[in-house]
Design a binder for this molecule. Structure first.
Ligand SMILES: CC(C)(COP(=O)(O)OP(=O)(O)OC[C@H]1O[C@@H](n2cnc3c(N)ncnc32)[C@H](O)[C@@H]1OP(=O)(O)O)[C@@H](O)C(=O)NCCC(=O)NCCS
Length: 307
């Protein structure tokens, strides 16, 4: 197999790359950013765009990158297509390692078993299986009242330490959520730090338009972070959790209804959430509100310095 290396800007101008992007059965992420690095084979049957991740690298103290597009022409993992895919993926790993990366993250669509198996052949490990859910939002949606002793309200400044601790615990606890950063032994040490910073950035308005706190008395015991709909797109529920000792009481059903009512009040006609297949409480609560599943995906971690 021979290879072509391009910048994202160059690749976006190549008709062969565009043709592959149009033909690729499960491809996502085209076109790449102008500074992304692009690797393709000379037959234009495989193409990957990737780039370093500054924030993740800083948090985890490791040089990390992400594959932003992974395109291939063959649909399924037959022996020939998988062999080519494995060769391509090994070369991609070599390129990223030579560029100084220790680890590379890659996400593939739910039916893209060829890319998934090619990644496995290069040494990548499956760390996440998720699905996006979408709910239509009626205008004038009214959320049910919180049970006695509880209140849902916009996060107050004093909630920050409790919400940061709650986020770090909820997502990094292997029994509760098992986020990919907790699942991967090389990243686990800073999973809490990443979620804590994500929550802090949500409270500052950088990564959320609203954070609602579920409080028992004065004490935060849950949260939902929301991004309002922009340009006709759906609104998003980004982070949401209930404290371990308050789970199973129906509080998430109620908190979610408040979050969706806020999004609807801000003009969203639908809302999305991305959650793991394993989070049945989330899926049940969204289904109860009439939500439907959209696309699923699988995420892999490839440790280049272990190959
Ligand atoms: C997911 C989470 C927010 C649910 O909160 P909760 O207050 O316990 O949820 P609820 O009590 O409102 O239950 C919601 C639905 O799930 C069901 N449920 C609750 N826990 C469940 C479990 N472990 N497995 C299956 N179903 C469950 C409930 O019966 C309810 O369904 P129903 O309305 O049909 O009866 C909470 O478990 C949590 O914080 N988990 C860790 C972080 C996380 O996963 N966040 C979501 C990321 S998208």
């Amino acid at each position: 197999m021979e290879f072509v290396e391009l910048s994202g800007k160059q690749a976006a101008q190549r008709p062969e790359a565009l043709a592959l992007a149009q033909d690729a059965p499960w491809g996502q992420g085209w076109p790449p950013g102008p500074e992304h690095r692009v690797l393709a084979d000379r037959d234009w049957s495989w193409l990957a765009a990737w780039h370093p991740l500054a924030f993740d690298s800083e948090v985890f103290g490791l040089s990390l990158g992400q594959v932003s597009a992974l395109l291939h022409r063959a649909p399924w993992p037959e022996p020939g297509s998988l062999e080519r895919g494995a060769v391509f993926m090994k070369r991609l790993a070599d390129d990223a390692r030579r560029a100084g990366l220790a680890g590379l993250f890659a996400r593939v669509a739910e039916k893209d078993f060829l890319a998934a198996q090619a990644l496995e052949a290069a040494g990548a490990k499956l760390v996440d299986a998720s699905v996006v859910w979408e709910a239509e939002l009626a205008q004038g949606l009214v959320a049910p009242a919180a049970p006695e002793g509880f209140l849902v309200r916009p996060a107050a400044e004093g909630d920050a330490p409790a919400l940061i601790a709650l986020a770090a615990n909820a997502f990094c606890d292997l029994e509760a959520y098992a986020d990919r950063f907790a699942l991967d032994p090389r990243l686990r040490h800073a999973c809490g730090e990443l979620y804590g910073r994500w929550m802090a950035n949500s409270l500052s308005g950088q990564q959320a338009d609203m954070v609602l706190t579920l409080a028992e008395g004065d004490k935060p015991v849950g949260f939902i972070t929301l991004k309002r709909a922009k340009g006709g797109e759906p609104g998003w529920v980004a982070l949401n959790a209930v404290s371990p000792d308050k789970r199973g009481l129906g509080l998430y059903n109620m908190l979610l209804a408040h979050g969706l009512a806020w999004l609807a009040g801000q003009g969203a006609s639908s809302a999305k959430v991305r959650t793991k297949f394993s989070q049945r409480a989330v899926i049940r609560a969204w289904s109860r509100l009439g939500a439907r599943p959209l696309a699923g995906d699988f995420t892999f971690h490839l440790w280049l310095d272990e190959l």
